[in-house]
Design a protein around this ligand. Structure first.
Ligand code: PLP
Length: 397
């Protein structure tokens, strides 16, 4: 603990205190395990908040990144580069979207989606007072546009005023959405499965009805797949489970598996009549390093049949968490989610359980104060689920 303690103290002197961090310094990883500076091993059920989907110390991934580092890291979006072209092609293939814009983060992808919606509507009627409907308890990122559509007051309040003309409806309550629609509405935006808000999947009927409303009124359906996408629910993107396609979607987190990338994508129809040359840009977004990471991630997804694995092992995780819930009926009030994105809701704060688990070598994360969120690397095996369950059981009892 000596070295770790020294670093943690230094961190608390130097880093801006925007996180209450767990008392651990992770140093390296191997598969689904993390190691701290004292070489203590931890089973990881967080994967850096749904980022490191393919496991740590992934040799082929590391080699692909190193190859690109040795070749070239950056040019500029004023020139073409092969990794970005290949990455866009690969994303189109798995998403069925037609146009891709690369960013460096999830929040930036959401910013781009918002700009796309406003420009699309502006080109139709020339008005500058269009509205976006977002959902309560949503999370879309910390920049101003993304924060403005984030339906959690505590994230926003101190930073008001937000960008204007955002209305909030309740996820899975179609009437609350309808009540907010007007001739100014240009987009309806939500996470297909709410992550930070506590693992709340959109209902199939809700999604289908929204799609229908959007079609009738030429409103854009925009799905944030930054956390729930990239295989996490057993499909490349969570909306593919419903057979309902968005007009615009966002991705990030596991898209780069560690290299900071994001993207927003759209159908040809939206691409043709929204952002044009000069409307949007980024220095780093879509650079060769990010492109190489995305290509390698999607290559491994295909080669290793990741979505099939998530379907199978995710079902097992569901059964195991269901058993844990039934074993603790006095404390655990709900179990939700799908694939490798699940949550257990408690009738009390889960901070103690998470801290105890960390001591016992299991990394878990909360969503809100009373939900434990399970976002393991997508490559976990059933034996890892069993090991997690044993430790969790001990920590609850
Ligand atoms: C994490 C997240 C974001 C923000 O992504 P950053 O890369 O942190 O900017 C946006 N939307 C959802 C659903 C997320 O989970």
């Amino acid at each position: 603990m000596g070295m770790m303690k020294t670093y943690i103290e230094e961190a608390e002197r130097s880093l801006l205190h925007t996180y209450n961090r767990y008392q651990v310094v992770f140093d390296h990883g191997d598969g689904v395990r993390l190691f701290d500076l004292d070489n203590k091993s931890y089973l990881d059920f967080v994967s850096g908040i749904g980022v490191f989907a393919l496991g740590y110390g992934n040799r082929e991934y590391n080699a692909a990144i190193k190859r690109q580092v040795d070749k070239i890291l950056h040019t500029s979006n004023y020139y073409y580069n092969v990794p970005a072209i290949e990455a866009a092609k690969a994303i189109k293939k798995v998403s069925g979207m037609d146009r891709v814009f690369f960013t460096n983060s999830g929040a930036e992808a959401v910013e781009g989606a918002i700009k796309t919606a406003r420009k699309y509507a502006y080109l139709k009627d020339g008005r500058t007072d269009h509205e976006i409907i977002a959902m309560e308890h949503s999370f879309h990122g910390r920049t101003f546009g993304a924060l403005s559509v984030t339906g959690t007051k505590k994230y926003r309040e101190a930073f008001e005023p937000m960008i204007g003309n955002i209305r909030f409806a309740a996820l899975n309550d179609i009437e609350s959405v309808k009540a907010n629609i007007s001739d100014k509405t240009c987009a309806i935006l939500f996470e297909t499965v709410q992550g930070e808000g506590g693992i709340h999947p959109a209902d199939a009927d809700f999604l289908k009805e929204i799609r229908q409303i959007c079609d009738e009124k030429d409103i854009l359906l925009m799905l944030d797949e930054i956390q729930c996408g990239m295989g996490r629910t057993g499909e490349y993107f969570a909306w593919q489970r419903y057979g309902v396609k968005p007009d615009v979607m966002t991705s990030a987190k596991a898209l780069g598996c560690g290299v900071p990338v994001g993207a927003f994508m759209m159908t040809e129809k939206v691409g043709e009549s929204s952002l044009k040359a000069g409307d949007h840009g980024t220095t780093y977004g879509g650079n060769p390093l990010g492109g190489a990471a995305i290509c390698e991630v999607l290559r491994q997804f295909e080669e290793r049949h990741i979505t099939d694995h998530v379907k199978e092992t995710g079902k097992y995780l569901y059964e195991v968490l269901e058993r844990i819930k039934n074993d603790h009926p006095e404390e655990i009030t709900d179990h939700r989610g799908v694939g490798m994105m699940q949550g257990l809701e408690f009738d009390h704060s889960v901070a103690d359980i998470i801290n105890k688990a960390l001591e016992k070598g299991l990394v878990l994360i909360n969503a809100g104060t009373n939900i434990i969120r399970f976002l393991p690397p997508l490559v976990i095996e059933k034996a890892d689920v069993d090991e997690m369950a044993d430790i969790l059981d001990e920590c609850i009892s």
